[in-house]
Ligand binder design. Sequence first.
Ligand SMILES: [Fe+2]
Ligand SMILES: [Fe+2]
Length: 168
Amino acid sequence: MSEITSPRDLFLHELGDILYVEQKLAEEVLPTLMEEVTDDELRKGFEKHLRETEKHVENLEKAFQKLGEPAEAEECIGFEGLKSEHDQLVQESSPDLIDLVDAGAAARTEHYEIAAYESLIAMARGLGERDVIELFEKNLKDEKETLREVESVAKRLAKEHAKAGQTA
Ligand SMILES: [Fe+2]
Ligand SMILES: [Fe+2]
């Protein structure tokens, strides 16, 4: 039997899904990435985003509260896929490429989060749940900014590798 039978059910499911992602990022993934990388700008970026991500979790909990629903995380299979892809790539890559691997994984994750928040905003509008939109927009703004930052680091790292390749 279907458990999700209304647009509101789907909305709450998607909200639980992104709560899972934000919690995992704050508790496990961003601290791991901070330890993994050697590039200073990249590590500082992850550190900054870790603090923002802790706030994202709080904003989502507030959204559940405004909706009068318990804040329940739903295992997000899409994010688990991104995470396993990253873990496998780290195993397969030489140490000098880990910064580039992590910048790429971070960019993919930000795209995933951006899509999730844009979709939640559209669903909240459709359901007339205007109170929660501002909370989603706050998170979305941070994700977009983080994506820009991580893309700029990735470009620099790629250039540095290209240069090193030419002189080697
Ligand atoms: Fe986030
Ligand atoms: Fe993010």
